[in-house]
Design a protein around this ligand. Structure first.
Ligand SMILES: [Zn+2]
Ligand SMILES: [Zn+2]
Length: 264
């Protein structure tokens, strides 16, 4: 199994040291474990910075890779929080500033607001929120290419008080899917949504099917663990989703290059 989305205490919202997380991954028998700590420059919610101490982070990744080389493949990753404007250039600089194996591009802030926060959804119809969110995401990924997979594609499904009918916004989603497939990019199955109140998966099986039907074949699996107990959680269900969508492989990355592992 491959957990390609995890955090350590280099992320502002995680308090577990890197080695503890990796020890847990080893004890679960995972084949590869990608550390993808947050870098969200100019974070829209000023309660957080989501900055990253790059020199220490890079050193820790390299030394973990070395220390664990006989027990697990440690993948040097990062989760970039993409926004339009100046933060995007900071993300580009970060992506090119270190030989990462794997980069997740995620939308946490859309239209200048934190999609985790209630405020984002207030005073607008669910249709407007969804169209606004996906139009923003489309513009981001038209401009930003220094990533490998999009993180938790439909993150707003987790937090939106009301999810509108598909017909209200799926045209934009399809445009994003076509764009990223043309760019050779992937999506992830982020199993953490199974732990959210909404119960809607990221992606839903309909979104995964759309990606596959349009010709996409690069799907990673990740727990988005911020805690020890979450490491590796839901990965076999994610494999079931991949198979159900008509693919046979899980995507893995090294040196930003994809390869495909057949699901047993
Ligand atoms: Zn994220
Ligand atoms: Zn994450």
């Amino acid at each position: 199994m491959y957990d390609y989305h995890t955090h350590t205490n280099f992320s502002e919202d995680c308090f577990v040291p890197m080695e503890h997380m990796i020890d847990r991954a080893v004890s679960l028998g995972l084949t590869a474990y990608a550390i993808t700590d947050h870098y969200d420059p100019d974070y829209c919610n000023h309660d957080y910075t989501f900055s990253l101490d790059f020199p220490s982070y890079h050193e820790a990744l390299l030394s973990a890779q070395h220390k664990y080389k006989s027990s697990i493949r440690v993948v040097k990753g990062i989760e970039l929080g993409i926004q339009l404007g100046e933060p995007m250039q900071k993300c580009r600089d970060a992506a090119l500033g270190f030989p990462y194996d794997f980069i997740i591009g995620s939308i946490h802030c859309a239209e200048g607001q934190d999609v985790y926060m209630h405020d984002y959804y207030e005073g607008r119809s669910p249709e407007d929120v969804y169209r606004g969110f996906y139009a923003y995401m489309l513009e981001c990924f038209k401009q930003f290419k220094d990533y490998d997979v999009i993180g938790h594609f439909n993150i707003i499904d987790r937090y939106a008080p009301v999810v509108p009918d598909d017909s209200a916004y799926m045209d934009i989603v399809k445009e994003i899917m076509q764009l990223i497939i043309n760019d050779g990019k992937g999506i992830e199955i982020n199993t953490s949504s199974d732990r959210h109140a909404s119960g809607r998966r990221t992606p839903t099986k309909e979104l995964l099917q759309m990606y596959v039907d349009l010709g996409g074949e690069t799907v990673t699996t990740g727990s988005d663990a911020h805690d020890l107990e979450i490491v590796g959680r839901g990965l076999s269900e994610a494999h079931d989703m991949i198979i159900a969508a008509g693919l046979k492989y899980v995507a893995v990355f090294k040196d930003r290059k994809v390869s495909y592992i057949k699901i047993a």
